[in-house]
Design a protein. Sequence first.
Length: 184
Amino acid sequence: MRLESLQDQFQQRIAVVGGRAQTVPDLEAALGYVVRLTQELGGRTLAAPGWGQAELERIQAVGQQAGLEVFSQGLRAQAKNIFCGFTPADWGVAQTGTLVIDSLNEDLRLATMLSEVHVAVLPAARLRPDLPSLQDELGGILQRPQAYLAMITGPSRTGDIELILTMGAHGPRQVHVLILEAAA
């Protein structure tokens, strides 16, 4: 399947479950997006675990310049303060609009689960048509002595409170996926 078709399918499927996805040219555009979104929604904090050192330094600089508190570790102590989680994603499953994140790192798990808003950055080249096409990659991760995979399909939702659908009761109210263009 062509990359553009996978992107279109992913964007359509995540929209069906209440998430949002769009293509961005590079990490700089993704940073602009997450800062604007956090500010527009009244947030003051950005949890950014899982990034390489160079990316993290840039995230911290841009976030702090915008007046946001940026943290990337020790999220357990910051659990009540996480407004926006800004994380890399390992793969995207176009068939279901699902993010797959190798989440062995506790800070990464907390940023994706405890934030009001989760913004994930997914390289377009890491999109797959369906879950079986990730069998080898996921199998390799699960062979490690310790493994933790998160599969995220849209914002948190539950219907167990008086049978009324509630968004964000057990996780982010919003999930945004920024698909980095193939050349990025």
